[in-house]
Design a protein around this ligand. Structure first.
Ligand code: NAD
Length: 492
């Protein structure tokens, strides 16, 4: 651990010294008005860096740069774009240790997962790089006396607004397809964890990305974020964050008729029937709520268990939750690190109080954890004896807190699973294939895994229903968002 901390300090030194600058038209620059805001590390709550506090004037410069760079970038051949995006992926791999260490200190996420997240960022670039060549292809549709050709073209400069959880991986997931499609970008990362977004744009330009294609403006949601969603040169907004921010962005973007793509919150159920492989199901349920500190949109925060196995199964989960290693994010053994920020820690601890006051039983955790550095640690928490009306069963806590509810039969399980405002993911555990088909057909969620934790296959669609999102990305779905489709009809 000591060695890792020393390494992290070496990687962080530049940010401590020079702060975190914006990046516009290939230049690393401070905010136009010279202001900054501080970010703290969730590990010890000490200031990590001063960050350029971009506002409308900075967003305007960045949007103009993205607009100026668009024609040449859009005109580049798909093959050339493919090669360049692969070079960015290579450069990410080459700096993956730095990315992972910086991410751990900035977000509190553990090295165990961030080392993989950095490499997944490279994989995202490779995945969309390989598709850049065919991104414009369309279809031929014949009618009597007519042949129609469809084709796609990049929509223009786009805004990408990302949240504080796993910011590196998420940013690559949104930005790589935009670049592959031929769009130019203004990225506004989350104000709690902006460090790896800065590394990413540098890596891309060092790999050869032309200046102005990718611009970065740091700032708060209400200034830089809002200005980006309102800017007339920005044609679309790819947003990942809270559901209520999504609805604000929709309003802000209305005057300029912004196309939006939203990946929002979740209150995802894991549904366990008595006929399931209970040991596997318990491991997966534990992984899906406590990995990444529970700060994960696809986390399974509601555990719905058939009543005849409820006590046994929740005891298994509680036992596993108690054994989870909470600690310094750079300790290779740590699973749960400190939460992102004291404000968020307070919110999570308040939900734990709400759960207790509402009559649920704490079967594991339920307290702040006194971890190294005195940061925002919360013990992995399991509530049993809960019902679906409780706030801990309805609202997104976004921390290591799992709420277990018993169900009587399949109809009851389905009704409980669907009785929330969200619909991002679901996880079903049963050995009855017919039931699995029936249940997944009726479950209101954009993504469902049967007898598995969340294992992503990148060509499949990613996104949610209800208040969990609008639109899909992954595979060709990302191109549908970042591109316009044109139809030309020829009389024959
Ligand atoms: P948030 O909505 O508070 O912030 C996300 C981003 O939006 C930040 O960059 C913020 O500065 C910006 N923002 C805030 N107000 C804005 C405004 N008025 N106009 C423009 N931009 C604005 O979300 P968060 O707390 O950073 O992230 C956690 C949330 O993200 C959770 O709800 C989580 O479920 C969700 N999330 C969803 C997915 C998914 O794929 N569905 C993935 C990760 C996180």
């Amino acid at each position: 651990l000591e060695e890792n901390i020393a390494k992290a300090e070496a990687y962080l030194a530049r940010f401590r010294k020079d702060g975190v600058l914006n990046h516009i038209a290939g230049e690393a620059i401070p905010a136009a008005d010279g202001t900054t805001f501080d970010i703290i590390s969730p590990v010890d709550l000490k200031v990590l860096a001063k960050v350029a506090h971009g506002k409308a004037a900075d967003v305007d410069r960045a949007a103009q740069a993205a607009k100026a760079a668009f024609p040449a970038w859009a005109a580049m051949s798909g093959d050339a774009r493919k090669k360049l995006l692969h070079k960015i992926a290579d450069a990410i791999v080459a700096r993956s240790e730095e990315i992972a260490f910086v991410e751990c200190m900035d977000t509190g996420q553990s090295l165990k997962f961030m080392a993989k997240a950095a490499l997944r960022g490279a994989e995202n670039f490779r995945f969309f790089a390989d598709r850049a060549v065919e991104a414009r292809d369309g279809k031929t549709l014949r009618a009597d006396g007519q042949v129609n050709f469809t084709s796609r073209a990049p929509i223009g400069p786009v805004g990408v607004i990302t949240p504080w959880n796993t910011p590196f991986m998420l940013s690559t997931w949104k930005i790589a397809p935009a670049l592959a499609a031929g769009c130019t970008i203004v990225h506004k990362p989350a104000e709690f964890s902006p460090l790896t977004a800065r590394l990413l744009v540098e890596i891309a330009e060092e790999a050869g990305l032309p200046k102005g294609v990718w611009n970065l403006v740091n700032g708060l949601g209400e200034d830089a974020g809002k200005a980006l969603t309102e800017h007339p040169a920005i044609r679309a907004i790819g947003f990942v964050g809270e559901s209520r921010t999504g609805s604000m962005i929709m309003k802000q973007g209305a005057d300029t008729l912004k196309r939006v793509h939203f990946e929002l919150g979740g209150k995802n159920p894991v549904i366990v029937f008595a006929d399931a492989d209970l040991e596997r199901a318990a491991d997966a349920a534990v992984f899906m709520i406590y990995s990444l500190n529970g700060e994960r949109c696809t986390s399974s925060s509601r555990l719905l268990v058939e009543e005849n196995i409820y006590d046994r199964f929740t005891a298994m989960v509680a036992e596993k939750a108690k054994r989870i290693k909470v600690g310094h994010p750079l300790d290779p053994e740590t699973v749960v690190g400190p939460l992102i920020h004291p404000v968020h820690e307070k919110k999570v601890l308040e939900y734990i109080q709400i759960g207790k006051a509402g009559g649920a039983t704490v079967a594991a955790g339920g307290t702040k954890f006194e971890g190294p550095g005195g940061g925002c640690y919360v013990s992995p928490t399991l509530f049993t004896g809960a019902n679906n009306q409780m706030r801990i069963a309805q609202e997104e806590i976004f921390g290591p807190v799992l709420t277990a509810i018993a169900f009587k039969d399949e109809d009851d399980a389905l009704a409980l699973a669907n009785d929330v405002q969200y619909g991002l993911t679901g996880y079903l555990w049963t050995s009855d294939v017919t039931r699995a088909f029936r249940f997944t057909d009726a479950l209101e969620a954009g993504m469902i895994w049967v007898n598995s934790e969340n294992v992503r296959h990148l060509p499949t669609p990613f996104g949610g229903v209800k208040n969990s999102g609008i639109g899909r990305d992954g595979g060709d779905w990302s191109f549908d968002f970042y591109m316009e489709t044109k139809n030309v009809a020829f009389a024959t």
